[in-house]
Design a binder for this molecule. Sequence first.
Ligand SMILES: Cc1cc2nc3c(=O)[nH]c(=O)nc-3n(C[C@H](O)[C@H](O)[C@H](O)COP(=O)(O)O)c2cc1C
Length: 212
Amino acid sequence: MDVQQALLTRRTIPKYEPGPIDEEALREALTAAVHAPNHKLTNPWRFVRVGHETREKLLPIAWELKKAESPEARETIRKKFMNPAVLLVAAQIKTDDAFRAKEDYAACACAIQNLMLSLHGRGIGSMWGTGGPTRDQRTYDLLGIDRDKEEIIGFVWVGRAAAVPNPPKKTVHGVLPRISVSRDDRDRRSGIRIECRWGVKKGQDESFSTLR
Ligand SMILES: Cc1cc2nc3c(=O)[nH]c(=O)nc-3n(C[C@H](O)[C@H](O)[C@H](O)COP(=O)(O)O)c2cc1C
């Protein structure tokens, strides 16, 4: 699968079949994660792999936060926690510098995306989740994560997809900023010709601009 195809076909997988995944694929995905861009080479990420025994202990936290009291509601959450082959808890190493923290979060997001795309390239599903348990102190305690030093930024569920959602096709329409340049502006910026073209034709699902 080439990069563009991987980017366009990766989907967030909410439901998993139980069963293992190829451990080598996981190692490769984590290698891809730590190759993410990170300003000042802070390498601000940390991944904790959470096994099924510990996941059992996380379950009551999820049940409580979701107010899951019926056996059916609890079973749905149990499957969510227990079916994926792998649960990675992604954490960001904290810093007192607010700007650095922002850049580090961006780097962590890149790392998680690298991880998910690498897995997708191997036919393995994943999902980044930021539900209540990711922010609950009991989760930190259970996983032995010191909240003064690290912040959990998500659970990354990994495994064999039970189904692949098919959300509406995404296009770049309306995403790019509209650039409005008056003739006077163009004339003033001699040597720079700015040409804007927008895909406004009926049936065209992309918009784009060309700057020269
Ligand atoms: C920071 C972040 C947090 C997310 N948290 C959740 C979550 O808690 N629950 C969930 O179902 N999806 C979560 N997602 C996945 C998004 O819902 C998903 O990316 C979005 O629906 C688009 O679907 P796609 O990933 O298949 O393109 C999260 C994504 C990001 C980037």
